[in-house]
Write a protein that binds this ligand. Sequence first.
Ligand code: NIG
Ligand code: FE
Length: 409
Amino acid sequence: MSQHCDCLLTNVHLATGLQNGLPYGEIESGILAMHDGRIVYAGPAKGAPAFSADKHLDCQEAWATPGLVDCHTHLVYGGDRAREFEMRLQGVGYEEISRAGGGIVSTVKHTREASEEALFVSAKKRALCLLEEGVTTLEIKSGYGLELESELKMLRVARRLGEELALTVRTTFLGAHALPPEFSASEGDPRDEYISLVCEQMIPAVASAGLADAVDVFCEGIGFSPAQCERVFVAAQAAGLPIKGHVEQLSDLKGARLAASYGALSVDHIEYLAETDVAAIKSSGSVAVLLPGAYYFLNEQQKPPVAALREHHIPMAVATDLNPGTSPSASLLLAMNQAAVLFGLTPEEALRGATRNGALALGLTNKGLLAAGMDADVALWDIDHPCELSYGVNMNKPSHVWQGGVCRA
Ligand code: NIG
Ligand code: FE
């Protein structure tokens, strides 16, 4: 008697991502069966159960990988920062622009002014670029509203992208991204005052509206101090939300240690993370999210401590950081290439970073592997070997993508 499934892929090489002793968790000449949104079998054809299927695809020795996961983006925003790019090319630094009232705050102005519909339309274009290259799960942060209504507007747009596109969207509230301009003039420490607003009003409101799956902060000289970030972590936990952190991007404020001590899902950027602090993030199980697009675009020189992360077996994810200021790039495959070329990840690490470890950075334990019981998020590639995904720039698009078992093609 054969087992029935919705969709059966045969004659397919599987980059399962499982640690089966082979590179990429490879299974040559396998089959993959999907039913009710889940993978029910991913393994060798030989010895597999007999399947009957509503849809059957002979993959002609193409490679299947887990659907890609972009676990760190800011893709909902108004305007652009092309003029700022020109200034930076003339030698003005990112932090200098920010301190002069440009940078994040200039995107805040355009995002506040934009209608919800206009934000949706522009964000959808960027999300579609990611979707076309095999992304099935996408994280989107707020943080360009910096007042409750505008933050809620951004998060609603992010949720709507998940409803209208064939994507799983996870939203992150990043109210502690920058000091809103209207606070600069306030007496006392305006940053402390704004953080009080974030903790006492914004986090409870965002949580009760069910619009955020996590809370993030920008722990940096031009962002918020570790003490201020800690207040945000406490408020997030009180609201039942997991935390993440933009930490050690431009300097070493020990934000990663702090975030890890609050059980952060991930610590992101970490170019300035001291090797001696790597062990401290091990115990929290936090994922180290590498964002080589921002490193590249800002022409940074300080690289994250990849060898130490490897040595301590800390899962490394790779994401685009898609945003108008530091990483205007809507290609996760390019981020994989940058992670390999600039940070020295192996193509296998880069693929794991954009699949399994990206999923773990979002707390999604059911995604990022090709194995029975996992969500049926699968990309099929006409390539000879999975290392090609990190090698070719703008060369690879998946021929088919399944998200929750539904084929997009
Ligand atoms: O991840 N570092 C803080 N946030 C973004 C940049 C945001 C911006 O410049 O608009 C980042 O690099
Ligand atoms: Fe970011």
